[in-house]
Design a binder for this molecule. Structure first.
Ligand SMILES: NC(=O)c1ccc[n+]([C@@H]2O[C@H](COP(=O)([O-])OP(=O)(O)OC[C@H]3O[C@@H](n4cnc5c(N)ncnc54)[C@H](OP(=O)(O)O)[C@@H]3O)[C@@H](O)[C@H]2O)c1
Length: 259
């Protein structure tokens, strides 16, 4: 399917690994110039080169912490007028909510709510002027279902989702869309780390823990990052211009509901 976005420019935040990388790859496959981002320079450069080699697309790498004003400025200097913005970031670690102090809570809110809002504020005027913009926020299935220990992450992402529901509709007539992707369990470094931690806590092997976790998913497996990347690229397509203010679970059926 031709997504009609060849030659468009995209910023994909937090994209040196995992879900962000899969989004950058899928957009590059469809002929989009991408800015990839992460804090670890060597991992980031390797990812940029991998995407260039695989797709022939123009890929710029910006090593920066996207949660900071300086990091955002560096990303926007590399691509001042993106047609596409994929908001992604690291998430707070698993922690008992009783152990969170004010500073930790504010950090989590900055990472997963304030940062994407700030970036949207910055890229929106030019998207509106050009009458094309696609914004996708990677949040989490935990916006809809609790995951004890990730309460801060869930709260910040739910805040982002509610915050953007109005703006998405306010700007829809400019052909600028804002949608959310709500991943369940995807096979990334983050999932591997949490599986390892849970295996240690329960005194079982990592493989056993992974099987236990995957068995809770109706699809009986973790998601492949490229499955999320392809959905992301579709939401950024010309064809998806009539989809806005929506939040798509991509979780192998994990969230149990009829609608
Ligand atoms: N995987 C899942 O099953 C799942 C499910 C639900 C939600 N999520 C959420 O989706 C997001 C991505 O998850 P993932 O599984 O892809 O994680 P991951 O495999 O750990 O990758 C995270 C990526 O974000 C970058 N990053 C982290 N903090 C950053 C920062 N402050 N500035 C710039 N880049 C940063 C990392 O690079 P550096 O470390 O080098 O900066 C890396 O490229 C997270 O917020 C996660 O909570 C994931």
């Amino acid at each position: 399917m031709d997504l009609g976005i060849t030659g468009r420019k995209a910023i994909v935040c937090a994209s040196s690994r995992g879900l962000g990388k899969a989004c950058a790859m899928a957009l590059a496959v469809d002929g989009v110039e991408v800015v990839v981002n992460g804090r670890d320079v060597s991992v980031l450069e390797a990812t940029a080169e991998e995407i260039r080699k695989a797709t022939g697309a123009k890929v710029m790498a910006v090593a920066a912490d996207v949660s900071t004003h300086e990091g955002q400025a560096a990303i926007l200097t590399a691509c001042p007028d993106p047609d596409i913005l994929i908001n992604n970031n690291g998430g707070p670690p698993f922690r008992d909510f009783r152990a969170l102090d004010r500073a930790m809570i504010l950090d989590g809110v900055v990472q997963n709510m304030v940062t994407p809002i700030e970036l949207i504020q910055k890229v929106l005027p030019a998207m509106i002027e050009r009458r094309f913009g696609r914004i996708v926020n990677i949040t989490s299935a935990s916006v809809k279902m609790p995951i004890l220990g990730l309460d801060l992450s869930s709260g910040a992402r739910a805040g982002l989702t509610a915050f953007l529901a109005g703006p998405a509709r306010d700007i829809a007539h400019h052909n600028v869309t804002i949608n959310g992707l709500l991943p369940g369990m995807f096979d990334t470094d983050r999932l591997k780390n949490s599986t390892r931690a849970q295996a240690e806590m329960k005194g079982v092997s990592v493989d056993e823990m992974a099987d236990t976790r995957a068995s809770t998913v109706p699809a009986r497996r973790f998601g492949h990052p490229d499955e999320l990347g392809k959905l992301c690229a579709f939401l950024c397509s010309d064809a998806a211009g009539y989809i806005t203010g929506q939040n798509f679970l991509i979780d192998g059926g994990l969230f149990n509901s009829a609608i």
